[in-house]
Design a protein around this ligand. Structure first.
Ligand code: SAM
Length: 206
């Protein structure tokens, strides 16, 4: 981040009601209010589910997801960055675009299948709008590939993306693999104009 943009980021953080709420509640990140709103709307994570979470650090979604699935469910949380341990969660530090991740996925997760893949990932931003947009769509395509490797028939996928170059093509790809594809814009996501979540339901296994 440049000096100017980090000053703007700090000023926005100070005013943001979700940052204040997160500090008051002691949750790991303001991002938790996005998944909570999506969960209220769609009840997408149910008791007993097996969930694969990509880009999970610092883990505010993971803490809630682990509670929603309960002891009879299982959460696999993956990030390039390390994460503090969470009860009933298997945390793994890997880049989801790496060979090691593909091996881990086949060995640990894919055999028994996953009910829902969730991703709040965004690539490191370079500051160049078009490059960042294309990197983001590339990451989303990688998430879709992961989902097709491990989702059970009729499973679901929830992922963050950004509207712009490549977005329509991504949605078109998802429509080939899932029965329904919806766009969700949680209130906590409003400060980023193009950020949106895609909720794809009913994986059509080939
Ligand atoms: N949902 C999280 C929470 O509530 O705490 C916040 C996730 S944060 C917005 C996005 C995360 O995606 C970062 O921790 C980043 O390290 C991770 N990430 C980005 N690219 C990744 C990749 N290729 N493989 C694994 N993790 C990645």
């Amino acid at each position: 981040m440049s000096g100017d943009s980090s000053k703007k980021w700090l000023a926005r953080q100070k005013k943001d009601k979700f940052v204040k709420q997160a500090q008051k509640e002691g949750v790991r990140s303001r991002a938790v209010y996005k998944i909570r709103e999506i969960q209220r709307k769609y009840d997408c994570i149910k008791h007993g589910m097996r969930v694969l979470e990509l880009g999970a650090a610092p883990g505010s979604w993971t803490v809630d997801i682990a509670q929603w699935v309960g002891k009879s469910g299982k959460v696999f949380a993956v990030d390039i960055l390390p994460m503090q341990a969470i009860d009933n969660v298997q945390t793994t530090q890997l880049d989801i675009t790496s060979e090691d991740f593909t091996k881990w996925l086949k060995k640990t997760v894919a055999m028994e299948g996953i009910d829902i893949v969730v991703s709040d990932m965004a690539p490191n931003m370079s500051g160049h709008k078009q490059t960042d947009q294309l990197r983001c769509i590339g990451l989303c395509e990688a998430v879709l590939e992961v989902a097709t490797e491990c989702l059970r028939q009729d499973g679901n996928l929830l992922m963050k993306t950004f509207q712009g170059l490549g977005f329509q093509e991504l949605v078109a790809d998802l429509r080939k693999d899932f029965k329904t594809v919806k766009l969700v814009k949680p209130e906590a996501s409003n400060r980023s104009a193009t950020e949106v979540y895609i909720f794809a339901q009913g994986y059509l296994q080939k």
